[in-house]
Design a protein around this ligand. Structure first.
Ligand code: ZN
Length: 669
């Protein structure tokens, strides 16, 4: 450039080319499309409140003088949470969960938040991460270190035998799942917490609205996502373009061009439960523009324009997800009057569902060859997990937690634990099932705590073991198969998540054993995705006929038919247990929910093939206005199609309604 300007003379050229350009560069301030700073919302007194809430709860359970394991864990966690400025996140989660509980819906915790005892004491999770222990909530006796308790190291408190309080004779409470705090906030307790919660799907919108109450109207936004162009679609665009222009291109060239389009923004959407929080006093536009998802101007939803990943270092994102388990539990509580929180996690009959059919009093011949009672128990009813149950024969709650860990990992069961158990290297109780197992096991084996944490992190991310890790493990006498198992793992579930899932599943399983009609009503209303009145509700024989038909065509079933087959198995189980459906009564049936009437189940209107949720609502509304005069009248008032009305008539659900009003008038004359 100096060469270009040399006509100005040496000095002037330097000034123009070097001095002035630098001067301009220095005058420009650095800007970034996203702000660099962190702006968490502020809730006054979070630190103090969190401490207070936790101690109040701890004292209510363990008495005025807290046992050492309780006070030391609580202090250690509170210091690191408050010291790192995370108290506000706990308080937000606490407010959301308490509100949901108050409104009658349990909340399930996801991810590793159940590893935090502060999360337990503040009511965010039901999982108690202390080691197995007994406590008396009457006289505050506790037992954390007797020989009996110690023999349950690594297991759950509810696995231990019942015991009476040696001081006052009251039945002792059993709790604890032994989960290290490190899995949640890292070894130094400074990892940003990610609190994900499973609200009832029915309640999710209320929880979203409640964030506006906590943070103020207009301070919360749905987390926006960006959908990008996938390879196949990109190729389709390119192909179509040349076809329309009648230009001939070789496939290789079209592939080359489409590579240039892959990853380009195609549309925008929203995270299923992500809420981004703007602190009071800040302007959202200093972080991101806002918009409506997919530019749909008719929706009320406002999302961040930037993908939330690009701004989640600035603004807090809450995961308020919807899940079926809390909805199931609410319906079961409503139907039975049982408080699901009082269900014990050591009920023998419930545990037996995971190894045979004895609690259901049926045989495998009754159930199309299925030999377990866990069909329709969340996460335990799939073919994959049921095979796992047969291979591992769980006996206790903590065994189920281990199986849940195995089934949610990648390369943790197949080609790994399954093999080592079959080889006799380990049993279910000693196999690696969750991330936390690795850290706990290694510390017990004598590996230094910091290194044990690093090994856990490396293995759970699928990075295997480094040289120095193997050396330390060998020195501590860790067996070779264990190291081989570590190396094969690609992804692992946290134990806290497994424990939270199993608690929900166990409660639902309890109702399956003791309140069968309520259970089937709830399952068919909420969980069954392809329930079909015509195929399933006309008696066991008809059902068996259809099952045989579906199985004959098993290779050509559509995805929906495969779902139907799954639902049919549960209906078969219900028939085998001696329960029956009653025909739908168009005047008293509900749109979406099954009802228990006179010891039988009345299916919902939406189980009729072709009758969608909206049409089912229409029938309920129309039925409120009195008797239908004819099929024609039924069709018009309910706004259902002729096909559906004809099917209902065929199924005998329209009774003896005449075809049209006119005919009824004729009859009358
Ligand atoms: Zn006592």
């Amino acid at each position: 450039m100096l060469e270009e300007f040399k006509y100005l003379g040496r000095e002037k050229a330097r000034e123009v080319v070097i001095t002035n350009t630098n001067k301009i560069a220095d005058m420009i301030e650095r800007i970034s499309p996203v702000r660099p700073d962190k702006c968490p919302p502020i809730i006054e007194n979070s630190d103090k409140d969190l401490r207070q809430i936790c101690y109040d709860k701890a004292h209510s359970m363990y008495g005025p003088d807290l046992p050492e394991p309780v006070s030391s864990r609580l202090e250690r966690e509170l210091n690191s949470i408050i010291g790192n400025g995370f108290a506000v996140m706990y308080i937000i989660a606490q407010k959301l969960v308490w509100k949901s509980n108050e409104d009658g819906y349990l909340v399930g915790s996801r991810g590793s938040v159940g590893s935090s005892f502060v999360a337990t004491m503040s009511g965010i999770t039901e999982v108690n991460p202390l080691a197995a222990h007994y406590y008396c909530d009457k006289c505050f006796y506790s037992d954390f270190d007797s020989e009996l308790v110690k023999s349950y190291a690594g297991k759950s408190g509810c696995d231990m035998p019942d015991k009476l309080c040696p001081n006052c004779g009251e039945m002792l409470k059993k709790d604890g799942h032994e989960i290290p705090f490190e899995t949640f906030l890292g070894f130094y307790g400074d990892k940003e917490p990610d609190i994900d919660l499973n609200f009832s799907g029915e309640y999710q919108n209320h929880a979203h609205d409640y964030t506006e109450v906590i943070f103020g109207a207009g301070q919360t936004f749905r987390a926006g996502t960006i959908g990008t162009l996938a390879e196949k679609t990109a190729f389709g665009y390119v192909y179509k373009y040349f076809e329309e222009k009648e230009i001939h291109k070789r496939r290789a060239e079209m592939e080359r061009i489409s590579q240039g389009c892959v990853g380009v923004r195609r549309t925008t959407g929203q995270h299923p439960g992500g809420i981004v929080v703007l602190p009071i006093g800040e302007e959202i536009y200093s972080f991101t523009p806002v918009q409506r998802p997919a530019n749909d101007m008719t929706t009320q939803t406002i999302t961040t324009h930037f993908d939330y990943h690009s701004i989640d270092h600035n603004l807090l994102k809450l995961d308020i997800l919807g899940h079926d388990d809390p909805t199931m539990i609410r319906m079961l509580e409503d139907l039975t009057g049982i408080d699901a929180k009082t269900i014990r996690f050591d009920d023998e009959k419930v545990l037996s569902l995971f190894k045979d059919l004895s609690a259901l009093k049926i045989s495998k011949e009754d159930l199309d060859g299925c030999d377990l009672g866990s069909l329709g128990v969340p996460e335990f009813g799939t073919d994959f997990v049921m095979q796992m149950l047969r291979d591992t024969k769980p006996k206790t709650f903590s065994d189920l937690v281990r199986i849940s860990g195995l089934s949610h990992g990648t390369d943790v069961w197949l080609n790994n634990a399954q093999y080592f158990i079959a080889q006799g290297n380990c049993e279910l109780s000693t196999a690696i099932c969750t991330r936390d197992d690795i850290m706990t096991f290694l510390i017990h084996a004598g590996v230094e705590k910091g290194l044990a944490f690093k090994i856990m992190e490396s293995v759970r991310k699928g990075k295997g073991l480094q040289e120095n890790m193997e050396v330390a493990m060998r020195e501590a006498g860790v067996p070779e198969w264990y190291m081989e198992s570590c190396k094969r793992i690609k992804y692992m579930f946290p134990k806290a998540h497994a424990a939270a899932y199993v608690m929900m599943a166990f409660r639902i399983a309890y109702f399956k054993v003791y309140y069968p009609l309520a259970y089937y009503a709830a399952f068919f209303s909420i969980r069954a995705s392809s329930f079909n009145y015509e195929l399933m509700c006309l008696g066991r024989e008809r059902l068996e006929y259809h099952i045989a038909d579906y199985k004959k065509r098993s290779n050509e079933l559509t995805a929906k038919e495969q779902d139907t087959l799954k639902d049919m198995k549960l209906v078969l189980e219900m028939y085998a247990r001696g329960y029956d459906f009653m025909p739908i009564d168009i005047y008293s049936a509900k749109a979406r929910y099954f009802q228990i009437i006179d010891g039988k189940l009345m299916p919902s209107l939406s189980t009729i093939d072709g009758l969608g949720d909206k049409a089912a609502d229409g029938v309920v509304e129309a039925a409120k206005n009195g008797k239908f005069l004819s099929r024609e009248d039924f069709k018009q008032r309910c706004k259902v199609s002729s096909t559906v009305a004809d099917l209902m008539a065929e199924l005998g659900l329209l009774g003896d309604l005449p075809i049209s009003n006119q005919m009824s008038l004729m009859d009358f004359l």
